[in-house]
Design a protein around this ligand. Structure first.
Ligand code: NAI
Length: 384
């Protein structure tokens, strides 16, 4: 237990109950865990993971452990950790370095602790751990057999490393598996993002104008679910083809400069930066609610918003009010971090079951190879 850093061990009992509740919705992972328990594919191997520390992730960590792995886990976002889950996992022999609300320094120290553990497989969500290994912690590369990546933004970062010839080990892009993005991104993000917005604000969605920035796998789900809840949905999108899809799906599509004047609730989910920026804040209505469900907290230019504001204060947990010079109020949810994990519990377990089955099988794949893989990004193999 000394090796870990979690908020409160007294929460472990509650964590066990919640992990078991999620586990009941994860039949695929359970089948894999049962096989792993017999075959022990990871006996004597170390896996380092940087994932949202949720009940679903806990079931993945326990699956790896049942296959004989030693596992160290840190958070892939400072606000997404469920402290009871972190505590429960430590009592089950997993090293955990994660506290909800940890500051940036602690977040980075926790990434380092996972690399101190000298993992052979890196299981990442957003590529922070992969990035650290390729920059400040190159000495730890010698142990690495391969890595996996869970989300779109992480895959984008890794592809640019691959293109520059900088990638130092093979990575399996779990996000690109059909059984991941066609379900997790498409059917998990909408429900959980609305759940996050509702838990943070308790606003009525019916009749509200919601602006969804990005009509990719995640954005189309958010737009569809918000429409189902009675919101009038506007989509902003920079890819003309996806914009056309949004039109054909029955949404109004326009640039953010137009949408900013009309929206009451905003969600960015693009993987891009400054999607809502200074020019847009000036156009917002009084009382506009802005949030993000993309991987990093860079989609809303919070520094610009702060610089334009004469006052900022929390009015509810996860709701920060910014008052601009003209008296207009803008409400930022969850520090601009992915709202479904900051204010709610992330995706439901049954959709994470498929994503994390991909993770478990991809990790196993690295130890079943008869030939060395190249330093490239691979898709999840379709068989085995
Ligand atoms: P995607 O690549 O399918 O879609 C992103 C879309 O945003 C693209 O169509 C792109 O053209 C558009 N876009 C980029 N810049 C834009 C801008 N300035 N304005 C409007 N549209 C813009 O990616 P996906 O899978 O939908 O993921 C989006 C983000 O959500 C990524 O950061 C990903 O890592 C993250 N993600 C978050 C999850 C969560 O639980 N909150 C779950 C899965 C992914």
């Amino acid at each position: 237990m000394e090796a870990s850093d979690v908020k409160n061990f007294e929460l472990a009992e509650q964590g066990h109950l919640r992990i078991a509740w999620a586990g009941d919705q994860m039949p695929v992972l359970r089948m894999i865990a049962e096989r792993f328990a017999k075959e022990r594919p990871f006996a004597g191997k170390r896996i380092g993971a940087c994932l949202h520390v949720t009940t679903e992730t806990a079931n993945l960590m326990l699956t790896l452990k049942s296959g004989g792995a030693e596992v160290a886990l840190c958070a892939s976002n400072p606000l997404s950790t469920q402290d009871d889950v972190a505590a429960a996992l430590v009592t089950q022999g997993i090293q955990v370095y994660a506290k909800k609300g940890e500051d940036t320094k602690t977040y980075h120290e926790h990434l380092d602790r996972v690399l101190d553990f000298e993992p052979q497989i890196i299981m990442d969500d957003g590529a922070d751990l992969h990035g650290l290994l390729h920059s400040k912690r190159k000495e730890s590369l010698k142990n690495i057999v391969g890595g996996t990546e869970e989300t779109t933004t992480g895959v984008v970062r890794l592809r640019s490393m691959e293109k520059e010839g900088a990638l130092q080990y093979p990575v399996i892009s779990v996000n690109d598996a059909n059984t991941k993005h066609l379900f997790d991104n498409r059917y998990g993000t909408g429900q959980s993002t609305l759940d996050g917005i509702l838990r943070a604000t308790n606003v009525l969605l019916a009749g509200k104008t919601m602006v969804v920035a990005g009509y990719g796998w995640c954005g189309r789900d958010i737009a569809m679910r918000a429409k189902g809840m009675g919101s009038k949905v506007i989509v902003t999108e920079i890819d003309p083809l996806k914009a056309l899809e949004a039109v054909m799906d029955g949404f109004e599509v326009m640039p953010m400069k137009e949408a900013a004047k009309r929206g009451e609730i905003f969600v960015t989910v693009t993987g891009n930066m400054q999607v809502i920026a200074k020019d847009h804040f000036l156009l917002l209505k009084d009382g506009a609610i802005i949030s993000n469900s993309g991987h990093f907290n860079v989609e809303i230019d919070i520094d610009a918003l702060a610089a334009m504001s004469v006052r900022r204060r929390y009015v509810r947990e996860f709701v920060e009010e910014f008052t601009l010079g003209d008296g207009k109020r803008v409400f930022l949810l969850g520090e601009g971090r992915l709202i479904n994990l900051a204010a709610a519990e992330g995706h439901p377990a049954s959709v994470m079951d498929m994503s994390f089955a991909n993770q478990a099988l991809s990790a196993e794949f690295f130890f079943h190879l008869d030939k060395k893989m190249d330093r490239k990004i691979y898709k999840v193999p379709r068989s085995d």
